[in-house]
Design a protein around this ligand. Sequence first.
Ligand SMILES: [Zn+2]
Length: 116
Amino acid sequence: MKEEILYCVKCKVEMKKSILDSYEYVEGIPIHNVECYKCPKCDELFFTEEQADKMEEMTEKQKEEMFIFVRKISYSGKSLIITIPEDLASHLKIEKGQRVKIMPMDKKGFLVEVKK
Ligand SMILES: [Zn+2]
């Protein structure tokens, strides 16, 4: 990996390579040990393209770990029902009474979109 010299746009000082314990590249999905450049003066962060790609990858992985749930289909009257896991509901801020849109996705399943 090549070393780059980057300067803070505000302070014009050289930014130092740093590791963030926790960072939310996508809001609500914290990733850990994230490499970045940090301004020693104002703490401004900067990510190279390579670092951003890595964050994206880490976020995808984290999302999968956080939000893949297996549910069994049950009945309610004539309808089939599945329950929404509490973690997912709070992450997406889904509440009782809220409307969602259900759309088929190929032949594999469906997408549930929360209407805001
Ligand atoms: Zn700075």
